[in-house]
Design a protein around this ligand. Structure first.
Ligand code: SF4
Length: 481
């Protein structure tokens, strides 16, 4: 039987089934132990003021005790602490991105995804390089600077060369003041050599969702195709990092399996990356199963109610304080609003989850990967974020300044990343307001910038930011700290 070893290269050892069951049993046995929960929260709170403890956070076992605890007061403290952690590490900035679906050809048989090979109800489509240029122009004209490229796994239709060429096309497409400055990539688990080529193509984060950490469930949901290999999939982030990709993203598709099991598996995976590479996950995404062509979420047993989902978000924020946390347009506006208060630091905006969705005036539905619940335009999302007290940010500075991997974590875990995130959020928001915003959002945005500038603590930073902002108003672009 595989034994738990956080540093092991083997999936069954670093996300170990027995250790997860033990953890869940421990949490269940202590779920009424309010004193223990309070002690765990005190430990987590020590990461604040300032956030200088190099990311020392909660173990999967400690976090699980909090997840199991039903005490109303403890749960209120969890929510408050999650807010405080987000503020301490990232402030009130929220980074925006858009997914770009290149192709929905896929050879896998994933039972929760409409792109699965046996779904004959959806038309299959793959963007040509001209199509991609059209999509990127539409995205740039909306104001986006950061994309997440998505594609099914299909060696014949979507080989690595196609992905690499597409990335080159995206970076090479420029329109007026527009530019895509960071391309994150969400493609199937692949070889170390392929990751090396993606690194050479200058990708930002390599994102791969685990879907479910329970091997038996994983194998049932992935009956066919290369993705059915649990170990190959789960060890992919290790190969990516070994190949030199500094920033990797984790995620669970909540709703497939019991949430408590997934929660422990996710934290163990983060602990593993931290232990082996000294760099935990750059991002953690929290998608939930949604309706789509040939997919009924009720067919899965692990449905996560909103209240529990919010608690999971808050606890990930507390347990992995340094990580960027992402919520997508799968979730409704009101859920996204609540999640943002609990520690989410990146959201997609104005998303279309179909292949070729952006260049078309009407939102196409026939090739969507999932139903988009939040259907607002990017401009509406920007205005709304400011109404909610956040600073919308299109910042890509760290990646472009070489603050990736352990260099990024050094800034982030020591609490210094805020000195970059905050002014960079203002600069990139100013670009958006100058080039793309509606008059109402522009008015709101400039007022936000003035107010945020005034409360910037470092005088030198404030003066430099004010100078850059004046130059942006005069038509110059692309300043960063
Ligand atoms: S300064 Fe770095 S961490 Fe902060 S928003 Fe920009 S790229 Fe992200």
């Amino acid at each position: 039987m595989p034994r738990y070893d956080v540093r092991s290269p083997h999936a069954d050892e670093f996300v170990n089934h027995e250790e997860i069951l033990d953890t869940l049993a421990f949490a269940e046995a202590h779920k009424d132990d309010v004193e223990l929960a309070r002690a765990v929260l005190r430990k987590a709170r020590a990461n604040l003021a300032p956030a200088r403890d190099h990311g020392a956070a909660l173990s999967h076992r400690e976090a699980s005790v909090l997840l199991a605890c039903d005490d109303a007061q403890v749960n209120a403290e969890i929510r408050q602490l999650a807010r405080d952690v987000k503020q301490a590490y990232y402030g009130n900035r929220v980074v925006l991105f858009a997914p770009l679906y290149l192709s929905n050809y896929c050879v896998n048989g994933c039972l929760y995804c409409p792109y699965h090979a046996k779904n004959h109800d959806i038309p299959r489509r793959k963007l040509t390089q001209d199509d991609i240029r059209a999509e990127v122009l539409a995205l740039q004209d909306a104001g986006h600077k950061r994309l997440a490229v998505e594609a099914g796994e299909d060696p014949r239709h979507n080989p690595l060369d196609y992905i690499l060429e597409s990335i080159q096309t995206i970076y090479g497409t420029r329109h007026r003041n527009g530019a895509i400055r960071r391309v994150n990539v969400n493609i199937a688990a692949t070889s170390e050599d392929a990751y090396r080529q993606l690194k050479a193509a200058e990708i930002g984060t390599y994102v791969l969702f685990q879907e479910t950490y329970r091997r038996t469930c994983y194998e049932r949901l992935h009956p066919t195709g290369p993705k059915s290999d649990y170990a190959w999939h789960t060890e992919a982030h290790d190969r990516a990092m070994a190949a030199g990709i500094d920033d990797v993203g984790l995620g669970v598709l909540f709703g497939l399996e019991g949430y408590a099991y997934e929660f422990v598996g996710l934290l163990m995976h983060a602990e593993h990356l931290e232990a082996v590479f000294g760099v935990g996950p750059h991002t953690i995404s929290v998608p939930r199963v949604q309706p789509a062509s040939d997919i009924d979420p009720n067919a899965f047993e692990g449905g996560v109610p909103d209240e529990v989902f919010e608690k999971i978000i808050a606890l990930i924020r507390i347990a992995v304080p340094y990580t960027g946390m992402i919520i997508s347009t799968r979730e409704s506006e009101s859920m996204r609003a609540r999640a943002l208060q609990l520690g989410i630091s990146q959201i997609s905006g104005g998303s279309r989850t179909s292949v070729g969705g952006y260049a078309e005036a009407e939102r196409p539905h026939d090739t969507e990967q999932f139903d988009v619940s939040d259907q607002r335009t990017l401009d509406e999302v920007i205005g709304w974020l400011m109404d909610e007290g956040h600073i919308p940010s299109f910042c890509t500075a760290c990646y472009r300044a070489g603050r990736t991997g352990d260099r990024f974590m050094e800034f982030c875990k020591s609490g210094r990343i805020l000195d970059y995130c905050h002014p960079n959020a203002l600069l990139t928001l100013a670009e958006y307001l100058s080039d793309y915003a509606s008059p109402e959002v522009a008015r709101k945005g400039w007022a936000t910038i003035d107010a945020e500038l005034a409360r910037m603590p470092d005088e030198h930073r404030r003066e430099s930011a004010a100078g850059f902002l004046a130059r942006i108003r005069n038509g110059e672009r692309d300043f960063r700290f």
